[in-house]
Design a protein around this ligand. Structure first.
Ligand SMILES: [Cu+2]
Length: 135
């Protein structure tokens, strides 16, 4: 190997090393790794403390469990097990998941205030549930 081809080889190595760095930079912009909240105690993993399943449009049997119970400060999400979109929204407007596609789970919603919250589906108002937030 003469000096010229050695230089060329080194240049290629440097180039491919740069490509690897660039590629790993690109992929690291994907979702940030979830960090467990302070105080420990379950949860973590980016999921809610309590997940309520949307079964189907069926009056007060539309959500499971119903009523659901969560401690103030914890998070709740709704998982849509039905084959149509649903939109859990508090009767008092304090929360609204937005429409949840079939098979999808809403973003976790933090329940900051203790109380009993009735909610319904914004798309199918006959779908009703209750969420008890304890102190
Ligand atoms: Cu609905």
């Amino acid at each position: 190997m003469n000096a010229r081809s050695l230089k060329l080889t080194l240049g290629l190595v440097a180039l491919s090393a740069f490509a690897v760095v660039a590629a790993s930079c690109g992929s690291s912009s994907s979702p940030t790794s979830p960090s467990p909240g302070p105080g420990g105690g379950g949860g973590g993993g980016g999921t809610a403390d309590v997940t309520i399943t949307i079964v189907r449009e069926n009056g007060n049997q539309s959500f499971s469990p119903n009523p659901a119970t969560v401690t103030a400060g914890q998070t709740v999400a709704w998982r849509n097990a039905d084959n149509m979109a649903h939109d859990p929204v508090a009767n008092d407007g304090s929360f609204n998941t937005g429409a949840i596609a079939p098979g999808a789970t809403s973003a976790p919603i933090t329940m900051g205030t203790a109380g009993t919250f009735g909610y319904h589906c914004g798309i199918h108002p006959d779908m009703v549930g209750t969420l008890n937030v304890t102190q």
